[in-house]
Write a protein that binds this ligand. Structure first.
Ligand code: WT7
Length: 633
């Protein structure tokens, strides 16, 4: 265990006491947390910040390499402990157990490969790989040589990939000949080939043979294993400044261009490690599994860095929850005796639709803690998860955070503070959430909805948007000067628990009235026959903008009076001004892989467009777009 006991609250009272210390004297608190790590030299100042620039520096002048904290210290303490369990797509293939000693050696070897291919400290390396151990190894090797990794989820299209490679001027691309996904293989290399037609910045490509596709490489491309054959496993870690960038990770914004969020070395290390330990109540012999992909921030912080910094055993799963059948997650939990299981509400809802036999076949008694992330979890899904997976004995941590925050911000702490269905609950130590009213004034009353802000920096806050500090300032620090603005709404109950109500940046001005779409959707969703809805604005001759509602019904046979009933409900709850001009019944909504509705597409459909939806390859269900267009008004 890397943290002292006084930093790990055991119950609500201890949490409250520690939380108070963390906000009364943040510098003292974070000094104590940071002392838990191995530094080459210590900081001259704990935190230095200016919200108006904005500029955030943590552990100024300190030197470190995050991989010494992820690997070397654990090789010394417990070399044979499993660092990564790799569960392949094919359930008949054996799982791989990689010890800390072996992981260290493989990371050092790949660091030498990077160096041999001209990668220097500060260079950007794009990683486009499936969920195989080499992905984690590549990430850590970049960190070891001081290169900035930019992992692009291997489900993105070639145009999304080339845009990201060019935005960061990546010098190298790491990829594979293909990937396994359920009963399909995906030809990743052709996607990379297509992307690289537009990328002059790339000097070299290293290709892992994952699926034995038999391809031949182009010039400037090398096979992963040929490169490994040339090197040994000695590689002294590059000395990094605490504020040197560790990685770039792209997140979508309200406009089309993705934002390359830049994360630091020292602050990111301190916060991800500390939050991992406290949120999941990880014990030294536990097996921890987060089902996310390393292509997302959840995978960066809570598959790779957070767990390895704690010397934990972390699982990587290559496959999908539906292959060979809908019991795969639970089969894996039984097989590896998983103790902490962390997934997304969208996965829970998808699995809950299938017969319980898929769950009940398996022994889930090893599970101790369940987690969710990515979107608000509805009560029905929460209950299903609690009863059928947790057997009513596992705390559920509903973790609210963002690519930009680097780590979990609002959550319950397993076995320490209570969860509450549909509430993320309380701030992590050191996090100061506030609520604003519609006039931008901070308020303290409870049992009210407001707009979420964060009052004081925390160590893992993103430092900038790569190449566009002005956009960083405008998006996150301009709405409420002196605060970080995450773009979410929240409700606070009388015990100080926060429920995240959804994005607030989807505001539509209708006849001069500022209407947030989220609260109106909540009202539509109150109708007994509605499963889900999405509301967007579209240009209107008289009103400026009008509202267009896309609504999924539970029972399509009862749709005759639905429009009248929804309008009545809205008039009653919010006022006639909030009534949508058009209501379209749809079979589904376009969603991103983290479960968020892709409103950009709905806005286009609402304004009459029939095609030109841009890149929809990042959607979970791209086929739904055409169906919605067909039924549009
Ligand atoms: C947005 C961030 C954090 C990794 C996954 C998504 C929504 C996230 C929750 C939660 C309600 C949540 C927010 C946030 N969100 N977690 N537990 N409850 N909403 O990262 O793609 O950067 O998205 O996801 O709206 O702002 P992301």
């Amino acid at each position: 265990m890397i943290f002292k006991n006084n930093l790990l609250p055991k119950n609500l009272q201890q949490y409250e006491k520690l939380y108070k210390q963390s906000i009364d004297n943040p510098e003292l608190f974070w000094t104590d947390v940071a002392e838990s790590f191995i530094w080459k030299s210590k900081w001259s100042k704990v935190v230095d910040f200016d919200f108006s620039k904005p500029s955030f520096k943590w552990f100024t002048d300190a030197k470190l390499n995050i991989t010494e904290n992820c690997l070397d210290r654990h090789v010394e303490a417990h070399p044979d402990k499993t660092a990564i369990i790799f569960e392949p797509n094919d359930p008949n293939q054996p799982a791989e157990h990689i010890s800390y000693r072996e992981l260290h050696s493989r990371v050092c070897k790949f660091s030498n490969v990077l160096k041999n291919n001209n990668i220097q400290k500060g260079d950007r390396v794009c990683i486009y790989l499936p969920m195989v151990p080499e992905l984690a190894i590549a990430v850590l090797a970049c960190a070891r040589v001081g290169a900035i990794h930019s992992v692009v989820f291997a489900g993105f299209s070639s145009s999304a990939l080339s845009a990201r490679i060019n935005d960061a001027s990546c010098k190298m691309v790491l990829t594979s000949d293909g990937s396994f996904r359920g009963n399909k293989t995906i030809d990743l290399k052709s996607i990379v080939d297509e992307a690289l037609k537009d990328c002059d910045c790339v000097d070299s490509v290293i290709v892992l043979n994952r699926i034995n596709s038999g391809i031949t490489l182009n010039k400037n491309e090398k096979w992963w294993n040929d490169e490994l054959d040339k090197v040994d496993d000695y590689f002294p870690a590059e000395i990094m400044d605490s504020e040197d960038p560790l990685f770039i990770l792209y997140t979508s914004g309200s406009t089309g261009k993705p934002k390359g969020m830049v994360h630091s070395s020292g602050g990111y290390m301190v916060y991800t490690a500390y939050s991992f330990k406290n949120v999941f109540d990880y014990d030294d012999d536990d097996i921890y599994w987060c089902t996310a992909d390393i292509g997302w921030i959840t995978g960066h912080s809570y598959i790779v860095y957070g767990p390895l910094l704690n010397g934990a055993t972390t699982m990587m799963f290559e496959g999908v929850p539906s292959y060979p059948d809908f019991g795969r997650f639970w089969e894996i939990c039984e097989k590896h005796k998983v103790n902490q299981f962390y997934t997304a509400p969208t996965a829970i809802r998808a699995l809950a639709k299938h017969p319980l036999d898929f769950v009940n076949k398996y022994d889930l008694s090893s599970l101790k803690v369940l987690g969710t992330v990515g979107e608000p979890i509805n009560e029905e899904a929460w209950n299903w998860y609690n009863e059928n997976i947790g057997k009513n004995k596992c705390p559920i941590v509903d973790t609210w955070w963002q690519t930009e925050t680097g780590g979990i911000m609002i959550t319950s702490l397993a076995n320490v503070t209570e969860g509450k269905p549909t509430f993320a609950t309380k701030p992590m130590m050191g996090i100061q959430p506030v609520l604003f009213d519609e006039n931008g004034n901070e308020f303290d009353d409870n049992n009210k909805n407001g707009i979420l802000g964060i009052k004081y920096p925390w160590p893992s806050i993103a430092r900038t948007i790569y190449g566009d500090h002005e956009r960083y300032k405008n998006v996150y620090f301009s709405a409420y000067p002196g605060y970080y603005f995450p773009g979410d709404g929240a409700f606070r109950d009388e015990y100080g628990n926060y429920r995240i109500t959804g994005r607030v940046d989807d505001v539509v001005i209708v006849s001069g009235h500022n209407l947030g779409t989220a609260p109106i959707e909540d009202v539509i969703n109150m109708h007994d026959n509605v499963v889900e809805s999405a509301l967007v604005g579209y240009p209107h001759d008289i009103k400026g903008n009008a509202l267009y509602a896309f609504v999924i019904l539970k029972d399509d046979s009862k749709k005759d009076d639905i429009e009248v009933e929804i309008n009545k409900l809205i008039s009653k709850t919010i006022g006639p001004i909030a009534k949508p001009e058009k209501i379209q019944l749809v079979p589904g909504l376009p969603k991103t892989r983290s479960g968020k509705i892709m409103r950009r597409i709905l806005r286009k459909i609402a304004s009459g467009e029939k095609d030109n939806f841009g890149d929809i390859s990042t959607l979970l269900n791209p086929e739904i777009v055409e169906q919605i267009v067909e039924g549009s008004q």
